[in-house]
Design a protein around this ligand. Structure first.
Ligand code: URA
Length: 203
């Protein structure tokens, strides 16, 4: 099992798709390696590309503000994106870029083994739901709902919420976004349910 530092080193020499040619910096993600909660966005934007850090532009400032409002510190969580390089002009990720970059996200999740995975926006939700074998009927259908999957010997919760950039663009989504966020913080207070092995598991 690779450590987050090893995964970061691998990301920083990646040429699996074309985005390395146009990026300024790779944006592997950052945060607590023992985080109980991992936030997954779509792809770095202009400011993230400049600084090599996730969610540090306007959407990131709003995300950080809402986290603080509900008592979460960025140092306590891990934040990353589906893509580790910025698509030119912030265009949507291409399917082949997602496929090329997905192994890094999988390795990061395997290294952290969080109790809760929060998908920020539809692109992230599409990828994460697919990874965990869940059907994804669209962000407005699933947002704010908790999906449980068996993983890493425990029940892992997956929640999709609106992308903070979408909320900045459409302030009418703010109320839903913040309500969903407060629910996530409540989930964090629940004890992780360790799945007990029963003899039936061996049949
Ligand atoms: N939007 C994202 O999806 N990720 C970032 O890191 C910044 C903006």
């Amino acid at each position: 099992m690779e450590s987050l530092e090893e995964i970061e080193r691998e990301i920083k020499s990646c040429k699996r798709c074309e985005l390395w040619k146009t990026k300024t910096n790779y944006v592997p993600g950052e945060g607590n390696p023992n985080a109980k909660i991992v936030f997954v966005g779509e792809a770095p934007g202009r400011e993230e590309d400049k600084q090599g850090k996730p969610f540090v532009g306007n959407a990131g400032k709003y995300l950080t503000e809402v986290m603080q409002k509900f008592g979460l510190k960025r140092e306590d969580v891990f934040i990353t994106n589906v893509l580790k390089c910025r698509p030119p002009n912030n265009r949507d990720p291409k399917p082949e870029e997602i496929e090329a970059c997905k192994p890094f996200l999988i390795k990061q999740l395997e290294a952290i083994k969080p109790d809760i995975i929060v998908c920020l926006g539809r692109h992230s939700a599409g990828v994460i739901f697919d990874l965990f074998g869940l059907k994804f009927p669209g962000i407005s259908k699933v947002r704010g709902k908790t999906f449980e999957v068996e993983k890493w010997g425990k029940k892992v919760k997956i929640v999709a919420i609106y992308h903070p950039a979408a909320v900045l663009y459409r302030p009418q989504l703010k109320e839903d976004f913040e309500r969903d966020f407060s629910k996530i913080v409540e989930l964090l207070k629940e004890k992780p349910q360790i799945r007990k092995t029963t003899l039936l598991d061996f049949i």
